[in-house]
Design a protein around this ligand. Structure first.
Ligand code: SF4
Length: 313
């Protein structure tokens, strides 16, 4: 019998957090991708990872019991192929120095199960990675297409001399969960652990995030009868609360999302080719960009004082 395993619920290979950072601020991208600074504060990252892992194992086992589902890129047909959620979280916490967050995240998970003890539909995929590529479809339409579609002709990076010149431009997304509802429509779900769940405000903020556009553009190519995106908002403070809400469509932005991606990748490559010091890439230097709803940008002091801040970072 196959040994039960842990699901990889980590960042995807070439995800939105990479190019999305560039859209926000080229310097932020450079800290992350060119200098290698750890930008996400450890505690929220560990808590979010534990929460995702618990959800992934819950839904993965449910999907297996329903007749099978994709878990990352493997077909799982027996629940026993995956560790129980609590067991997976405990092992992961020990391996990642996150034991201090385990009791809280398990309590939140118990409260979640009390409220939603049943699968939310037919589970199709859990933590499944999908990849988009810029190029032409057989009808001659240019855009962001599912890379697994063999009929797409990629339009590669056009920057002679750059290491990625001639390579296809891709964007990967790890989809937390895909389900099919009672009406037969497929929905991409994203789990969000939040200190305070406030569906009204959250949904528009997430809707405008480019990562969600990529979910929508690719999701309808990967899964037939695609319904859209939904948020599974889980409150991490008492009183425990969960809200499941659809993410509004952003039809206008979606029409030129692929074009923006193309330009951003060429701007990145141009900055590389110019050979400027990665500490001096263009900075957003804007009060609300640098100081957002969760407080100051993780790299605020690096931008204020430069390399000397590295030791304190
Ligand atoms: S502090 Fe502002 S300028 Fe500096 S990396 Fe962050 S967002 Fe960019």
């Amino acid at each position: 019998m196959t040994k039960a395993r842990i699901i990889d619920a980590g960042r995807s290979d070439r995800g939105w957090s990479r190019v999305g950072n560039f859209f926000k601020c080229p310097q932020l991208f450079s800290y992350d991708q060119r200098i290698g600074v750890e930008l996400i504060p450890a505690d929220p990252l560990l808590k979010g990872s534990l929460g995702h892992l618990l959800q992934a194992h819950l839904h993965g086992r449910w999907g297996a019991a329903q007749g099978g589902c994709w878990v990352d890129n493997e077909w799982i047909s027996e629940p026993e192929q995956l560790l129980a959620p609590e067991e997976a979280a405990t092992i992961w916490a020990e391996a990642n120095n996150a034991e201090r967050h385990l009791p809280l995240m398990l309590e939140i998970f118990d409260a979640y199960l009390d409220q939603f003890p049943e699968p939310p539909g037919r589970i199709l995929a859990v933590e499944h990675q999908i990849t988009g590529v810029l190029g032409y479809d057989p009808a001659g339409d240019w855009g962001l297409w599912d890379r697994d579609n063999p009929h797409i002709s990629p339009t590669p990076l056009d920057m002679p001399g750059h290491p990625e010149h001639g390579k296809p431009i891709t964007l990967t997304r790890r989809v937390d969960l895909t389900i099919r509802d009672g009406a037969g429509r497929a929905w991409v779900w994203d789990h969000k652990h939040q200190a305070r769940v406030n569906p009204g405000k959250s949904t528009e903020a997430y809707a405008i995030d480019g990562g969600f556009t990529a979910f929508r553009i690719l999701g309808r190519q990967v899964w037939d009868n695609f319904g859209g995106l939904a948020l599974n908002l889980i409150q991490t403070r008492k009183p425990w609360k969960v809200a499941r809400v659809p993410v509004p469509f952003t039809p206008w932005r979606d029409t030129h999302f692929a074009e923006m991606l193309w330009r951003a990748e060429h701007q990145i490559a141009r900055l590389d080719m110019d050979g400027i010091d990665p500490w001096t890439w263009p900075k957003a230097q804007h009060e609300t960009t640098c100081f957002g709803r969760y407080g100051g940008c993780a790299a605020l002091r690096l931008c204020m004082y430069g390399k000397s801040e590295m030791n304190q970072h």
